[in-house]
Design a binder for this molecule. Structure first.
Ligand SMILES: Cc1ncc(C[n+]2csc(CCOP(=O)(O)OP(=O)(O)O)c2C)c(N)n1
Ligand SMILES: [Mg+2]
Length: 892
């Protein structure tokens, strides 16, 4: 292997150093690069052993990682590929420009795709494999706001019509349009993964890659070399989620994962690191985390210069220039570049003396050079043992020339003038007529043109089109028998919490011959909190390496068992990671054609509140499965205080359209909800998912009242009718979850002490009642001539007597939300305010949701109706020892 001899420069005064370098050169030449690398490794160990400090840097010089001599040459027709890319570029640009001509401010992005085009195109032509009958295909997360380029390609492939392109960002137009960004909910046959909320796609991709391994290790899918690709922006890496899980990827040796960071050095407002180097910063972070890092900074035009750069002077100079300055070079002349880059040293000036200013200006960056990109992708797919990140240097707004290239305003550019369009066409060698330029017409060569034929052939070779979302799983067969009959009959006085009851159901499901293997229990380091440790032994904790140690509790029954085919995903303390696993599992019915059923159980306060955006993305992904908010309720979780006690999550569940939220109190309610959930999601194929809160307060579980099933699912049913049906004082009490038992106690107090006959209703789901209410109201709005329909809650309460009082462990807003469909006003008790470290009893007094306050609220409502005297209410305040001067929990 020939090595360029070094020309002694600054180091020639150090004779000895020079000799060492010469010997090293000889090793490289005679023994090869691998041997040289091994020797360096050994010398490093030796130095440390001798107490010699080895200077640390996580960085390599500011040059391409792959040496030109090791670059795999790209196959295919480069010329045609360039033409195709230009066509995609044109149509992507046309789509955004046209949309904004018709509808001012409709938005869209042209500059991001401008920068990422080569990175996408090399993938589409040579790497991204589609799903076929024989092969599961690669999974590709495409940079969200580069969507116009993806649509433009699909148009050239004949998958989208010009009409659809015309309706970019006009989804409601007749004939349909195209969604702004990748949204599987809106384009379920096209997009697979929502990627536009920055930072979510990297973490989702990491857990997707890990979940793919999980499926393989559990024998649920064959082992393949399928890859997960994730394209992200360099600005996007500022999001904590983006880099937050990169050590998991290396720890798990996810060589099925490839990140490509589109390093255009710009984000929305300006440079990502004007005063620094985003590529070097990311290199250090990923290398430090154990990733294989491939820098693709310089295009092939630079190879001859680096070849001359034997003493690393050019590399050193390029490493000194900060990103803000690099951005300037994009808009400046070749003369400026000559002066500011090479002018630093006469020897550098000499290196480029053969290049004209124009040539200097046109020197390409790595991310725009298909040869460099191909070589990096090839190295990435062949790399073994760790994930790969490709840091590709690109230009934002590439091709927009003075109108946008590299400018700070480029991100939001949507309108371009004719000169820019003409320049764009010329630059990319497009033969566009003047009238087409003025019109910014879409342009697709005929089907039999070399360009279209070539692109179809490439995709055919790679298994078909991409992106494409195709659900290949068959729904599970109908199932008559209940899995959970034992949970419907009550606990016969034994005190259990709803969490324990749920864990019992989970155990039952895990043992079931039909669905057992499909269940994916996911916990972020809280299995013991939820009493799930018995599952460790039963199904094992998934570990790609098995268990390399004897667990400290080996001799106990419930030891910490890790296994390669373990079923539990014990994610550690990361709700973001756990929900990403949930998304991978809950969308496996589409991604892998396997009906995986995830159960992700977490501290309820750290769910919808903490990772709401990922839960939104789960809904967009058409995810299925169950989220279990454990240790739920503001007053049920004793002692934990302000940050842990959750009275919020049921309100936060409201906006997620496909999320079914339940706050059950009894085992039979949970059993009914889960069984129906499996039926709806996995046997009937509905793209919904569930949020169920479970508590850790133990009490005896009653048997399921006959006829309550429908009500449990629809959100309410009458649990216990009043004992004294003859009383004139009547009330309807609504309780849910943890507070239902307080309501039952209040029912007794009211009847025994104050002669009030109250019916008790279990409100299993305020959200279900709310959804039904708004749906019914909408139907009535649109059908004025027909008999108005009654919301379910109105049907339930029609004909009931007495005042209404609702109490829950969540915000009072819940009852207020549905009160308009109740025949009379409702008094709402709830837990608005900050939590406290206290006992359950004190907390329920503090938040005014215990049986005493429910009793008081009922009497107060009766007073309002003129049915009791004020003295009775005052007496009750005394009897119940209620401090009327106590501070308001909402404001204290
Ligand atoms: C969580 C989130 N915050 C803000 C945005 C709005 N946004 C869209 S693109 C963008 C800049 C992206 O910069 P970068 O990641 O570098 O991508 P580039 O367009 O430069 O390729 C921002 C802030 C978003 N999509 N998601
Ligand atoms: Mg950027």
């Amino acid at each position: 292997m020939a090595v360029q001899p070094i020309i002694p420069s600054e180091i020639d005064e150090l004779e000895e150093v020079w000799e060492w370098i010469e010997s090293f050169d000889a090793v490289v030449e005679q023994g090869g690069r691998e041997l040289a690398s091994k020797i360096l490794e050994e010398i490093r160990s030796r130095a440390l052993a001798c107490g010699v400090q080895v200077p640390f840097t996580a960085n390599t010089p500011y040059v391409n990682t792959i040496h030109p001599s090791q670059q795999a040459p790209p196959p295919g027709d480069h010329n045609l590929e360039r033409k195709i890319k230009s066509l995609v570029r044109w149509n992507a640009l046309a789509m955004v420009v046209r949309a904004n001509r018709v509808e001012h401010n409709i938005g869209g992005h042209i500059s991001t795709y401008g920068s990422v085009a080569t990175l996408f195109e090399v993938g589409f032509n040579h790497f991204f494999r589609s799903r076929t009958k024989e092969f599961e295909g690669d999974t590709v997360y495409l940079q969200g706001h580069a969507a116009p380029g993806v649509y433009a390609r699909a148009f050239l492939e004949g998958r989208l019509t010009a009409q659809q392109l015309e309706n970019f960002r006009r989804e409601l137009k007749p004939g349909g349009g195209l969604s702004s960004y990748p949204h599987p909910w809106l384009m379920p046959d096209f997009w697979e993964f929502p990627t536009v909320s920055m930072g979510l796609s990297p973490i989702m991709a990491i857990y997707q890659a890990r979940f793919n391994r999980y499926l393989e290790d559990r024998g649920l899918k064959p082992q393949t070399d399928a890859k997960v690709w994730a394209f992200l922006g360099d600005g996007e890496t500022d999001e904590p989620e983006a880099l937050g899980a990169i050590t998991l990827a290396s720890r798990e040796h996810l060589d099925n994962l490839i990140f490509v960071v589109n390093c255009n050095l710009q984000r929305l407002d300006g440079p990502v690191r004007g005063n620094g180097h985003i590529i070097q910063e990311l290199e250090a972070a990923f290398r430090g985390a154990g990733w294989n890092v491939l820098k693709v900074i310089w295009g092939s035009d630079w190879d001859p210069l680096f070849e001359k750069d034997v003493d690393g002077m050019l590399a050193k100079r390029l490493g000194e220039i900060v990103d803000g300055e690099y951005q300037k070079f994009i808009v400046e002349s070749g003369a400026y570049i000559r002066q500011h880059v090479f002018g630093a040293d006469p020897r550098l000036m000499k290196m480029v003396e053969h290049l004209s200013d124009e040539e200097l200006q046109k020197m390409r960056h790595g991310g725009h050079d298909p040869r460099k990109v191909y070589a990096a992708y090839k190295a990435a797919v062949e790399h073994k043992g760790s994930p790969t990140v490709i840091l590709a240097r690109t230009i934002k707004g590439y091709g927009l020339g003075e109108a946008g290239e590299g400018r700070n305003v480029t991100h939001q550019q949507k309108k371009v003038d004719e000169d820019t369009l003409r320049h764009f066409g010329e630059r990319f060698g497009l033969k566009i007529r003047e009238d087409q330029i003025a019109e910014v017409s879409f342009y697709r060569p005929p089907d039999n043109s070399p360009e279209i034929r070539y692109m179809q052939q490439c995709r055919k070779k790679l298994g078909g089109y991409l992106p494409e979302r195709r659900v290949r799983s068959k729904p599970l067969p109908a199932h008559e028998e209940s899995l959970f009959t034992e949970f419907l009959t009550g606990s016969e006085g034994r005190e259990v919490s709803t969490t324990m009851a749920f864990v019992g159901m989970l155990r039952k499901m895990l043992r079931d011959p039909e669905i057992g293997k499909l269940i994916v229990p996911i916990v972020p380091d809280e299995a013991r909190t939820f009493g799930m440790e018995s599952l460790f032994r039963l199904v094992g904790i998934y570990s790609s390496q098995g268990q390399l140690y004897e667990p400290v509790d080996m001799n106990t029954l419930l030891y910490y068992k890790e296994a390669k085919d373990g079923q539990i995903l014990e994610e550690g303390i990361t709700e973001a990671g756990s929900i990403s696993s949930f998304i991978a599992a809950g969308s496996a019915y589409a991604t892998h054609g396997i009906n995986m059923i995830p159960f992700f159980i977490f501290y309820s306060m750290f769910g919808l509140q903490r990772v709401a955006d990922l839960i939104w993305a789960a809904a967009d992904t058409r995810c299925r499965g169950f989220l279990l908010g454990g240790t739920a309720g503001r007053t049920t979780l004793a002692g934990e205080g302000l940050q842990h006690q959750d009275g919020n999550s049921h309100i936060l569940a409201l906006p997620v359209p496909t999320l079914q939220a339940y706050d059950p109190a009894f085992a039979y309610e949970i059993a009914t909800i889960i069984e129906d959930g499996i039926e709806r999601m996995y046997r009937k194929g509905e793209s919904i998912f569930y949020y169920i809160t479970v508590m850790n307060e133990p009490y005896a579980m009653p048997a399921m009242p006959p006829g309550s099933r429908e009500g449990i699912l629809k959100g309410m049913y009458r649990l216990r009718a009043a004992g004294n049906g003859k009383s004139k004082l009547r009330a309807q009490l609504f309780g849910s979850g943890a507070i239902l038992r307080e309501v039952l106690k209040a029912q007794e107090i009211l009847e025994e002490k104050y002669g009030v006959a109250a019916d008790v209703w279990s409100l299993t789901s305020y959200k279900a009642l709310y959804s039904d209410g708004i749906e019914t109201e909408r139907w009535n709005l649109l059908h004025p001539a027909e008999k108005p329909r009654l919301p379910y809650i109105s049907q339930c309460l029609a004909g009931t007597q007495g005042v209404f009082v609702a109490a829950s462990d969540y915000l009072k807003a819940q009852a207020n939300l549905i009160s308009k469909w109740m025949p009379r006003r409702v008094a709402s008790l709830g837990t608005d305010g900050f939590g406290r470290s206290e006992s359950r009893q004190s907390l329920r007094d503090f938040f005014e949701v215990d049986a005493r306050f429910i009793t008081l609220a009922t009497l107060r409502e009766l007073l309002g109706e003129g049915r009791v005297q004020v003295s009775l209410v005052q007496q009750a305040i005394k009897d119940l020892a209620i401090n009327v001067e106590k501070p308001d929990p909402f404001t204290t």
